[in-house]
Design a protein around this ligand. Structure first.
Ligand code: PLP
Length: 233
């Protein structure tokens, strides 16, 4: 199937999953994860109506953005950085993206805020939460989300939009839903503490339905749109 057909198919699956739990399909945004795929794939997706693209690898992403801009300056795309953020990479992220999904430390948030160019609107961001409780995974611990949010929500160059998670893979929908339900509960905790947010960035190709059932507002889909990635990135 072509990228165009895949986008239509994934959009239909999102709409079905949303309606199935009584949600408006328009409340779920499809983020097309284009990592490892070239500018032509992005352009094909954009021509099919896709606006938001997710990237993990900084240099690859910036090269791709420039190539797309040269080829198709008419496309107004929205770029999301969804990879882990090292402190020596904050400046180009602050300069080249509309969103950062995986902020998990105060230091990173402060640098992004300071380095956000003043002519751009605040950088939208999510706090990544370690919902699976594994030591190796990045993300703030669930018990520390509120304290971190209180500090980073007021940074002038940033706009806290919500929470993001990448749970451990699980086979059945019931097990997939648990970590997503936790993320939703943590968002509720922020709301009750006077930090309202509008975003739950959760769900990938394999667990999209479970995420939508638990309130995902952004699903990050790569494989189901662009196909399998050649190498393990
Ligand atoms: C690669 C990636 C995705 C997309 O994963 P697929 O399984 O290809 O849909 C989503 N989110 C993050 C953070 C990723 O790194």
């Amino acid at each position: 199937m072509s990228i165009t057909q895949n986008i239509e198919h994934v959009s239909a699956l999102i709409a079905k999953a949303a309606r199935g739990v009584g949600r408006d399909p328009a409340s779920v945004t499809l983020l097309a994860v284009s990592k490892t795929f070239g500018p032509d794939a992005v352009i094909e997706a954009a021509e099919a109506g896709q606006r938001a693209f997710g990237e993990n690898y900084l240099q690859e992403a910036i090269d791709k953005q420039q190539a797309v801009l040269l080829l198709r300056p008419d496309l107004a795309l929205e770029w999301h950085f969804i990879g882990p953020i090292q402190s020596n990479k904050t400046r180009p992220i602050a300069e080249h993206f509309a969103w950062a999904h995986a902020v998990d430390r105060e230091k990173i948030a402060r640098r992004l805020s300071e380095q956000r160019p003043p002519n751009l609107p605040p950088l939208n961001f999510c706090l990544q939460v370690n919902v699976s409780g594994e030591d190796s995974k990045s993300g703030v611990a669930p018990t520390e989300v509120l304290a971190l949010a209180q500090v980073v929500a007021t940074l002038p160059g940033l706009q806290l939009r919500g929470l993001m998670a990448i749970p451990e893979p699980a086979e059945d929908v019931e097990s997939q839903r648990k970590p997503f339900a936790l993320l939703r509960a943590l968002q509720q905790q922020l709301t009750e503490a006077g930090i309202p947010t509008d975003t739950l960035s959760m769900g990938m190709s394999a667990d999209m339905d479970a995420a939508i059932a638990e309130g995902a507002t952004i699903v990050r889909i790569g494989t189901a749109i662009f196909g399998r990635r050649d190498y393990a990135k």
